[in-house]
Design a protein around this ligand. Structure first.
Ligand code: PEP
Ligand code: MG
Length: 371
């Protein structure tokens, strides 16, 4: 574990005294969460739950969930995942000791979970008591040519509602258990990915609220929780006033927002982006530093429209840009409440947020700047 020197802590202390924005980390494992706290993160801004499902003892159930031919098989597979998820969230809540934790419900490109090769397909077929042919046909029906624009995010939660209900139940039960055990009130923030329409969020919210209500009733405990959304599609930013009616908070997903605004694939820009950069067709890599002219406009519009409906709406960013100093300056100017970045970038983000706050102060007091 890296140690922080006294000078480093002093410098960070100065930064913390002047910055306005909070700094959170993107973390989904206990190790990440520990590192995040060590570097001074004030919460988790993005826990990506899809990575939790690849462990060898879980992936089989995930495959059965998406490949099931009937509802009973699907529900059985999802139920089998509940204890794993509850444990995952308990571990994170314990480490974060009452700091805010935003858990994003499942958002994989579906193809990552599909069985690859004959052996995996045979395993799934055997587990479900079905023929190899039947399962292979279902896999073919689920395959997509553009998975990043396909059956992912809330689309998955809407088509498999038991999945988001299970994750919600795991979050609520874990929060109740850790609150009782540690005395820190855990206030989970449940986040819905890839929303483009108010209707999607409204319906997903109903699924989440119902599962949370059931879990709370079964335990007899009380717990505060909130339900928010990622703003990561241009349509979400354009209609953020409508979406805000269904959201307790927004988190800008600038990775997907960059992909969908430019129409540049996140996964394969290597074919032409180096040429674009070399020939000044674009000033910098927009997946690293926010494109203020285009993508930034959507962030700014989303923030404004969201707050026009709910003045105090909590706003954050959790794309890669949340750890980029130039982008952090931009997020300060938009008025976001926090940035969330990889744990190792938390110190840089603390400094950049302080610099951004000082710059904003200077801009408000030009006379002081001249002196
Ligand atoms: C994003 O799209 O910016 C984001 C944070 O989500 P992910 O990178 O997991 O798609
Ligand atoms: Mg995303």
């Amino acid at each position: 574990e890296p140690t922080l020197s006294g000078d480093f802590s002093t410098l960070m202390g100065w930064a913390d005294n002047v910055r306005r924005m909070k700094i959170r980390a993107n973390a989904e494992t206990p190790d990440d969460a520990q590192t995040a706290r060590h570097f001074g993160a004030e919460g988790i801004g993005l826990c990506r739950t899809e990575h939790m499902f690849f462990a060898p003892d879980r992936i089989g159930f995930v495959r059965q969930m998406i490949m099931a031919g009937d509802a009973a098989t699907r529900v059985r597979a999802i139920d089998a995942l509940l204890p794993f998820q509850r444990q995952d969230f308990q571990d994170l809540f314990r480490i974060m000791a009452g700091l805010p934790v935003t858990i994003r419900l499942l958002d994989p490109p579906l193809h990552e979970f599909l069985p690859h090769g004959e052996a995996e397909l045979a395993d799934v077929a055997a587990a479900m008591g079905e023929s190899l042919e039947a399962v292979a046909a279902r896999k073919a029906a689920l395959s997509e040519s553009n998975p990043m624009l396909g059956h992912r995010g809330c689309r998955l939660g809407l088509t498999y509602p038991e999945l988001y209900a299970m994750q919600t139940r795991a979050i609520i039960e874990a929060a109740i258990a850790v609150s009782a055990e540690t005395g820190h009130a855990v206030v989970p923030e449940i986040m819905i990915p890839l929303v483009g329409m108010e209707s999607e969020l409204r319906r997903t919210r109903t699924i989440v609220e119902q599962a949370a209500t059931e879990a709370l009733a079964a335990s007899g405990a009380t717990l505060e929780y909130s339900i928010g959304t990622m703003i990561e599609l241009p349509r979400a930013a354009l209609t953020a006033d409508r979406i805000a009616q269904q959201a307790d908070f927004f988190s800008f997903g600038t990775n997907d927002l960059t992909q969908t605004t430019f129409g540049f694939s996140r996964d394969d820009v290597g074919t032409f982006l180096p040429f674009y950069l070399e020939h000044d067709l674009i000033p910098r890599d927009p997946f690293i530093s926010i494109d203020q002219e285009g993508v930034g406009q959507l962030v700014s519009m989303g923030a404004e429209k969201g707050r026009s409906v709910k003045p105090g709406l909590k706003l954050g960013v959790c794309g890669e840009h949340g750890g980029d100093p130039a982008s952090i300056g931009f997020f300060e100017s938009v008025g976001l409440d926090y940035v969330s970045c990889s744990p190792f970038r938390v110190p840089i983000a603390r400094l950049a947020a302080a610099q951004a706050a000082l710059a904003a102060r200077d801009a408000l007091a030009p006379a002081a700047k001249v002196r």
